[in-house]
Design a protein around this ligand. Structure first.
Ligand code: SR1
Ligand code: MG
Length: 406
């Protein structure tokens, strides 16, 4: 058995099993443990350990020194500390919406947490046309609690600055700065463009200086506006879901940034599911039904978010300036502008950049995939350029419908 107490190394299944047996007291001594590596994300190793006698299970997640998607990304495994610490904090701010954290190990850069195998990854579920009527309510409570409650308008300013320090996350922020804000909007060698969409991208995205200028402004906002403690990568692959429960996972990109970044990622990924349904459901009535469900979810997510934010502001924003007439409306207006723009950025970067989404890549019909990509790019571009008037759920539906027939 390898030594887990002195030198970091990346574990394989047998190591993770030994690790749990020797470093944790989670399972009884007579447990019959099995281990499987189940990670399908771009960065980490995720081991599920099950006691076959009792069915009791646990997840061990380890950060490797390079990203799984490409060893070009060398990343500090300290991101595992960030993930463990923010999950513990989010558990207090938004109880019931994150997995329980049991253990963090700064030598092996791994943590142990609740196994959510009774839930499923939301992206996978949406690609099977499943519906989750409570999602908008759940995600908006999570967003308002984790974002508004970590902002300057609510927190003691010195404590907030301590949190900013604790969650400085330069390497993962750099990934986002490059992969979301820069590379998709230029002809960058790391981009991964579908041939049938290339000409559209050259003409409409790379060839548009007005769009380039707006992405530069948004990148600056992302890098300098330490507004709230973000999840930082809140796509539908970072959400575990079942009918009556929503759990937000994988917050390793966490840092203090603009609130709209989290909300915008949620909305963009609902739009990917919408575009996927449009391209893949043959039965017209079923297609309309599922697309309407997703439209309603987008509308409810934006509108509930805004309503809950206003209510929480009135109850919890204690900074003296928070009650100045008009300030709350100014603040939420800026958050909503940024939300629309980030929705647009995510829609573009998942089509053009290195990190794609299955919603699009799983569309088998090449013409339908190209059409789906063009819808995402067109909606994305409009949301970036015209973000200032996109303030309600219905405004998003208007933009989506404008390009839906492409
Ligand atoms: C190198 S990491 C690529 C992408 O995967 C993560 O989930 C983030 O979305 C990142 O941009
Ligand atoms: Mg992730």
């Amino acid at each position: 058995m390898r030594d887990f107490t002195t030198t970091y190394f990346t574990m394989v299944e047998a190591d993770a099993l030994d690790y749990v047996k020797t470093r944790l007291s989670f399972f009884p001594d007579d447990a019959e443990l099995t281990c499987k590596e189940i990670g399908d994300g771009n960065l980490n190793y995720v081991f599920r350990i099950i006691d076959t006698k009792t069915g009791k299970s646990l997840i061990v997640k380890q950060a490797g020194p390079v990203a799984r998607i490409s060893d070009e990304f060398k990343l500090s495994p300290d991101r595992n500390r960030i993930e463990s610490e923010i999950l513990s904090l989010q558990h207090k701010l938004a109880p019931g919406f994150v997995p329980m954290m049991f253990h963090y190990d700064p030598i092996m850069n791994c943590c142990a947490m609740e196994d959510l195998s009774d839930h499923e990854i939301m992206r996978t579920a949406l690609l099977q046309y499943k519906k989750f009527p409570l999602f908008a309510d759940h995600i908006t409570t999570f967003l308002v609690n984790t974002l508004l409650l970590t902002s300057d308008v609510v927190m003691d300013h010195k404590e907030k600055k301590e949190l900013v320090k604790q969650f400085i996350n330069p390497e993962l922020c750099e990934i986002t700065e490059d992969l979301v804000f820069t590379e998709p909007f230029i002809d960058h060698p790391r981009n991964d463009v579908f041939e049938a969409t290339k000409e559209f991208i050259q003409e409409n995205i790379w060839g548009d200086p007005e769009l380039a200028l707006e992405t530069a402004k948004l990148k600056l906002e992302f890098m300098t506006n330490a507004q709230s403690l973000l999840h930082g990568d809140l796509h539908t692959g970072s959400i575990f879901i079942k009918e009556d429960s929503t759990k937000i996972i994988d917050p390793e990109f966490a840092f203090y940034g603009p609130i709209g970044y989290d909300v915008g990622n949620v909305i963009a990924n609902l739009i990917f599911a919408y575009v996927h349904a449009r391209a893949t459901i043959d039965d017209e009535a079923k297609k309309v039904d599922y697309m309407s469900y997703l439209e309603d979810t987008i509308v409810d997510t934006i509108d509930l978010y805004k309503d809950k934010f206003m209510v929480a502001w009135d109850e919890k924003a204690l900074d003296p300036v928070a009650s100045y007439p008009g300030f709350k409306e100014y603040y939420i207006g800026k958050v909503l502008d940024n939300t629309a723009a980030v929705t647009g950025l995510e829609l573009c970067r998942r089509i053009i950049g290195i990190a794609h989404v299955k919603d699009i890549t799983s569309i088998q019909d090449q013409d339908k995939r190209a059409a789906a990509e063009k819808i995402c790019l067109s909606v994305g571009k409009m949301l970036i350029l015209e973000r200032e008037w996109v303030k309600t759920g219905e405004d998003y539906v208007k933009v989506i419908r404008e390009f839906e027939q492409l």
